[in-house]
Design a protein around this ligand. Structure first.
Ligand code: SAM
Length: 224
């Protein structure tokens, strides 16, 4: 549970160079880049591994709550980094164990992220479990806070009821606007997201449906 997890008090207290050593400036010791893409509930890490070469100049972080799964992804990334064939690739991705429903503001500053992915989140089928879903009104305000204006929330699921739930909550939220199917079809991340994750591959094998919805973070209205 959460009390065994370690969290920085604020984003400034986080030592990102441990996760992305190639992005530490040798002279100043400071990071040369910040994480701008987050994969929430990244599972086994397939999305990050496919995003890494597509966004070679961008730091990408997976957040995952399960210890064993996080350890697996860590080992997977170390192996990829050490593989000479990948030519020092995969330096821009890493994973962190954490509860994304509670502690995102401890890791990310306001407006830091340009993209957040929610791929095949746990459906929590029963009505009384719906409040445990990773997209709720309260959490959306938190996600909006760490996303920059114009940033994108990506969602995909094979569970129609969950898709409708996510769409409903995002549409109701004043800081998000749904993007069109044309937009989705022309976006390279949507293409990657449909097939890169382990859960997505499982759904593919079962020839199941995949429901996609993407939303843009709107500017925060100024109160006059
Ligand atoms: N996104 C991956 C994929 O598409 O293959 C994994 C999907 S899996 C069904 C959902 C993942 O979210 C699980 O690995 C679970 O441990 C993780 N998860 C659930 N709640 C979480 C939370 N509050 N914070 C971080 N990860 C969470």
């Amino acid at each position: 549970s959460d009390h065994q997890l370690e969290y920085p008090v604020s984003p400034q207290d986080m030592d990102w160079s441990k996760l992305y050593p190639h992005y530490k400036d040798a002279e100043t010791g400071q990071m040369t880049k910040k994480v701008t893409i987050a994969d929430i509930g990244c599972g086994f890490g397939g999305l990050m591994i496919d995003l890494s070469p597509a966004f070679p100049e961008t730091l990408i972080l997976g957040m995952e709550i399960r210890v064993q799964v996080t350890n697996y992804v860590e080992d997977r990334i170390i192996a990829l980094r050490n593989n000479t064939l990948s030519r020092h690739g995969f330096q821009n991705i890493n994973v962190l164990r954490g509860n994304a429903m509670k502690f995102l503001p401890n890791f990310f500053e306001k407006g830091q992220l340009s993209k957040m992915f929610f791929c095949f989140p746990d459906p929590h089928f029963k009505q009384r479990k719906h409040k445990a879903r990773i997209i709720t009104n309260t959490l959306l305000s938190e996600y909006a806070s760490v996303l920059k204006e114009g940033g994108i929330v990506y969602t995909i699921t094979d569970v129609k009821d969950l898709h409708e739930w996510m769409v409903k909550h995002l549409e109701e939220h004043p800081l998000f606007e749904r993007l069109s199917t044309e937009w989705e079809n022309s976006d390279k991340c949507v293409k990657i997201m449909r097939n890169a994750t382990e859960e997505g591959k499982k759904v593919e094998r079962k020839k199941g449906d995949k429901f996609v919805a993407c939303f843009r973070r709107l500017p925060t209205p100024t109160i006059l």
